[in-house]
Write a protein that binds this ligand. Structure first.
Ligand SMILES: Cc1cc2nc3c(=O)[nH]c(=O)nc-3n(C[C@H](O)[C@H](O)[C@H](O)COP(=O)(O)O)c2cc1C
Length: 165
């Protein structure tokens, strides 16, 4: 039995919708062969990281970075998990207004330090929020983008269950 751990933070809901689509598809794809957990970044800790076989990290891009809450998760977990999780697969979801590459790059560097294996390229969804009003408004991720998240989640969980990573 494998465990896929998804860790997500969202301020206006977009990232959470993406992560939810991914974990629901992951659970459906892997069935009884994989336990799928979705935790908010503030609730996730080193024990959750060590207990998992693969990871999905999901964040908004804020000021060209991952969100502070996801960064706090990595700050709390990085050294407790260092040298104990190498070789495990991971994937990244980024919900961005217009870019997303800075957040994706930061997570890639941390995952490289952990010696995780990328299971897919970072999946970035742009909500086109750029004005103060649009930035603070609740986000609604479109069906096509949620489908991309679902496909990534399903592939990650199925690969994990089959031991292909
Ligand atoms: C403080 C702040 C900074 C942001 N900086 C960026 C940025 O650097 N690049 C970008 O593409 N979007 C940026 N955004 C837009 C968010 O990424 C966008 O609103 C996204 O949909 C938020 O995801 P969420 O709904 O999961 O919170 C920023 C939003 C906030 C609140």
């Amino acid at each position: 039995m494998k465990t896929l751990l998804a860790v997500a933070h969202s301020m206006t809901g977009g990232t959470w919708q993406m992560a939810t689509a991914a974990v629901e598809a992951a659970a459906a794809a892997a069935g009884d062969d994989c336990t799928v957990r979705l935790l908010r970044a503030a609730e996730a800790g080193p024990d959750d990281v060590l207990a998992a076989d693969g990871y999905l990290f999901a964040t908004p891009e804020n000021l060209a970075s991952m969100s502070g809450m996801l960064k706090d998760f990595f700050d709390r977990c990085y050294y407790p998990a260092l040298d104990r999780i190498e070789g495990r697969p991971y994937a990244t979801l980024v919900c961005a207004g217009s870019d997303g590459s800075g957040a994706a790059r930061q997570i890639e560097r941390i995952a490289t330090g952990w010696r995780l294996k990328p299971a897919a390229a970072p999946l970035i969804v742009c909500t086109h929020a750029q004005t103060p009003e649009a930035i603070t408004a609740p986000k609604h991720i479109g069906a096509a983008d949620l489908q991309r998240c679902a496909e990534l989640g399903a592939a990650l969980a199925a690969g994990l269950a089959m031991g292909v990573f």
